[in-house]
Design a protein around this ligand. Structure first.
Ligand code: G6P
Length: 367
C-alpha cells in the first residue's frame, strides 16, 4: 500500500507520532487478552534450556540489542553477548552449546546481519529474529521470526521500528524471566502493566513536542554534541547521538556517563552541549555528579529527566526536558522519544533533508 505523510511535514515526524499506536499493536499481538501474560508459547522460545544468548545487528537495531542485554541479564539472569554484525561475521566467534542467536533487523535484508545469521546456522542451538519485514531473507532463514508490527517505515533514520524492536525484546526478556523462574507471576504481571502503560506515556511525551522544538533550535547552533546515559539509558545515549548525526550532520558522540572522565571531559566547553538522559533511578546521584563535572568546566547540560530528577538536579542545568514518570524497566523505550524529537527538530531547524539524509540508505543490502 502507498504510504503518505498523513499531514506531517516529513515521514520521520509521522513515524515518531505513530509510536503509541504501533507499539499498542505490537502489545496486542504479544500479550494475552487480559494483558497479564505473554502470549509466546512456541517451544523455540523456551529460555529455560539456554545458557546464553547472542544478539547481533547493525545501526539502530544494534542499540536495541545493547539495551536488551540489560533486560535479559537483570530480569532473567541470562548472560548475553551483543555484537555488530560486520564484526561478528568476520571474527567467526565460537558459539558455546545451549546458545540461541537472535538477529534484529527492521528490513530483514541487511547484508552483514544476514551473513552473521548464516554463520550461526548449524552452530547455535536456534536462530531467532526480530524483523519488520516478515517476508525478508532474515525472517525466512531463521527458525522463528518475530514481527514488530511497526508498519512501513520510510524515514531513513529508524524511529518507530526501534521502539517496537525494544518492546518485543523486553517481552522476550520477561518471558525468559518467567521460564527461568527468575520472576513470580505477580512480579511479571506488575512489569507487564508498566509495559502496557507505554502508549499513554508516549502520548504525554509527544504532547510536549513544542518544548523539544525550542531546545532543538539551540542545539542546531552547535557543531558538536555529547550524549550521556547510565545503565539501561547508556545504549540510548548512543542512539541519541546516532540520530542527531545522521539527520542534522552535527558531530555527536554517545558515552556511558561513567566514562566521561576517561576522555570526553577534555572536549567540554561552552560550544558543546551535553545531552544527559537520566530518569531519577537508583543511579541518578552518580549522574548528578557527572553533570556537575560538566558544568564546572563551563559545559551546557541539556537534561532529559522526570519530575523527581528535575527537582534534584543542580540549578546550573542549561535546559531541562521533562518526561512522565515510568517504571525504570521501560525507561529506555519512553526516553527514545526525546532522543528522536531532539534530532528531528534540530535537523528541521538546520534545513537538512530529514527523510533522505545524504550518503545514507534505508537498507544496506551490500557490504
Ligand atoms: C541502515 C539504516 C538504519 C538501520 C540500519 C540497520 O543503516 O539507515 O536506520 O538501523 O541500516 O538496518 P536493519 O534493516 O537491519 O534494521
Amino acid at each position: 500500500a502507498r504510504v503518505d505523510k498523513a499531514g506531517h511535514k516529513h515521514f520521520m515526524a509521522k513515524e515518531i507520532a505513530e509510536q503509541p499506536v504501533v507499539l499498542g499493536d505490537a502489545l496486542r499481538h504479544y500479550l494475552s487478552d487480559d494483558g497479564r501474560n505473554i502470549a509466546l508459547d512456541d517451544p523455540k522460545l523456551d529460555f529455560a534450556s539456554l545458557d546464553r544468548l547472542t544478539l547481533v545487528a547493525c545501526g539502530t537495531a544494534y542499540y536495541a540489542c545493547l539495551t536488551a542485554k540489560y533486560w535479559f541479564e537483570q530480569v532473567a539472569n541470562l548472560p548475553v553477548d551483543v555484537d555488530i554484525a560486520s564484526e561478528f561475521r568476520y571474527r567467526e566467534p565460537p558459539v558455546p552449546p545451549r546458545t540461541a542467536a537472535l538477529f534484529v533487523s527492521q528490513s530483514g535484508e541487511t547484508a552483514d546481519t544476514l551473513a552473521a545469521l548464516r554463520y550461526c546456522n548449524g552452530r547455535a542451538e536456534r536462530l531467532l529474529s526480530i524483523v519488520n519485514a516478515n517476508e525478508s531473507s532474515i525472517a525466512r532463514e531463521s527458525d522463528l521470526a518475530l514481527p514488530i508490527y511497526a508498519g512501513t517505515e520510510i524515514g531513513v533514520a529508524s524511529t518507530k521500528a526501534f521502539t517496537c524492536q525494544l518492546v518485543v525484546l523486553l517481552l522476550l526478556a520477561l518471558k525468559a524471566a518467567r521460564d527461568r523462574g527468575a520472576m513470580t507471576e505477580d512480579q511479571l504481571a506488575d512489569k507487564l502493566s508498566a509495559v502496557r502503560s507505554l502508549p499513554a506515556l508516549m502520548n504525554l511525551t509527544l504532547e510536549r513536542g513544542e518544548e523539544f522544538r525550542r531546545a532543538s533550535n539551540h542545539l542546531a547552533e552547535a557543531d558538536h554534541a555529547l550524549f550521556l546515559g547510565r545503565g539501561m539509558l547508556y545504549p540510548l545515549a548512543l542512539e541519541g547521538a546516532l540520530k542527531l548525526k545522521e539527520i542534522s550532520y552535527i558531530h555527536a558522540e554517545g558515552y556511558a556517563s561513567g566514562e566521561l572522565k576517561h576522555g570526553p571531559i577534555a572536549l567540554i566547553d561552552q560550544q558543546m552541549p551535553v545531552v544527559v538522559m537520566a530518569p531519577r533511578d537508583a543511579l541518578f546521584d552518580k549522574t548528578v555528579s557527572n553533570m556537575q563535572e560538566v558544568m564546572a568546566r563551563g559545559g551546557k547540560v541539556l537534561l532529559v529527566t522526570d519530575r523527581g530528577g528535575a527537582e534534584e538536579a543542580d540549578d546550573g542545568v542549561w535546559w531541562q526536558l521533562i518526561v512522565p514518570d515510568c517504571d525504570p524497566l521501560v525507561a529506555p523505550i519512553l526516553y527514545a522519544l526525546p532522543a528522536q524529537l531532539l534530532a528531528y527538530h534540530t535537523a528541521v531547524a538546520k534545513g537538512t533533508d530529514v527523510d533522505q539524509p545524504r550518503n545514507l540508505a534505508k537498507s544496506v543490502t551490500v557490504e
